[in-house]
Design a protein around this ligand. Structure first.
Ligand SMILES: Nc1nc2c(ncn2[C@@H]2O[C@H](COP(=O)(O)OP(=O)(O)OP(=O)(O)O)[C@@H](O)[C@H]2O)c(=O)[nH]1
Ligand SMILES: [Zn+2]
Length: 212
């Protein structure tokens, strides 16, 4: 199936990337990579690997087929006048770095200050996953999540913090296991009022075991 990529509002794709290669072309490319490792793509254990890799890529990079704005389209106003921040903490995600195409594994914390409308909680995690399932830098992913929620939901502000481990730092190159990268983007009232940022950070640190 040759899917045509949807327009992507936060990063333009080159013209020739708009059309996907065929399944046969992808499998041939994986076969080349297998040869590059030094292994034999014709041995029994590797015969179906190009097909499996193509299938896995379709799943791991399905974020290119989805529009994060659509996820935020359905909102609710009946929340009994609730006006304080809403935070979805510890949203686990898997992504791939755009430099080495190896995994980034981490957690996102997403908060917003509603302006009359709230969104289904799962939708915040869906937005995280859509951006995670594209080739990323952590900085870009953090900004994309915050800017999409700000642009579509139009709350008073959005706060996004991501902490992640980059396998390109752990498995190769500098080989530092266990170091994590922290990034943050604050929009609206979170950018304008330090006290909102502080409250966000304080709420994030509230222990889930505290019984609050
Ligand atoms: N800022 C940023 N850098 C990243 C991210 N993921 C990977 N990198 C870095 O991207 C850089 C790419 O550096 P290059 O010198 O072009 O590539 P390289 O020779 O593979 O680099 P080394 O990892 O130092 O071996 C590396 O320093 C990676 O650690 C990310 O999400 N954000
Ligand atoms: Zn990398």
């Amino acid at each position: 199936m040759d899917a045509v990529l949807k327009p992507f509002p936060y990063r333009s794709l080159p013209e020739d990337a708009q059309k996907r290669p065929t399944q046969a072309e992808v499998e041939a490319a994986v076969r080349t990579l297998l040869l590059w490792t030094g292994d034999n793509p014709d041995r029994e254990g590797l015969l179906d690997t190009p097909m499996r890799v193509a299938k896995a890529y379709r799943e791991m990079f399905d974020g290119y087929n989805k529009d994060p704005a659509e996820e935020l389209g359905r909102t609710f106003e009946e929340v009994e006048g609730y006006q304080d921040m809403v935070i979805e903490r510890d949203i686990s995600f898997h992504s791939h770095c755009e430099h080495h195409m190896v995994p980034i594994i981490g957690r996102a914390h997403v908060g917003y200050l509603p302006d009359g409308r709230v969104v289904g909680l799962s939708k915040l995690a869906r937005v995280v996953d859509i951006f995670a399932h594209r080739l990323q830098t952590q900085e870009a992913m953090t900004a994309q999540i915050a800017n999409t929620i700000q642009d579509v939901l139009k709350p008073k502000g959005v706060a996004v913090i991501i902490e992640a481990e980059h396998m390109c730092m752990a498995m190769r190159g500098i080989k530092k296991q266990g170091s994590t990268t922290l990034t943050s983007t604050f929009t609206g009232s979170f950018a304008d009022h330090p006290e909102d940022q502080i409250r966000f950070m304080t709420l994030l640190r509230t222990s889930t075991k505290s019984g609050l």
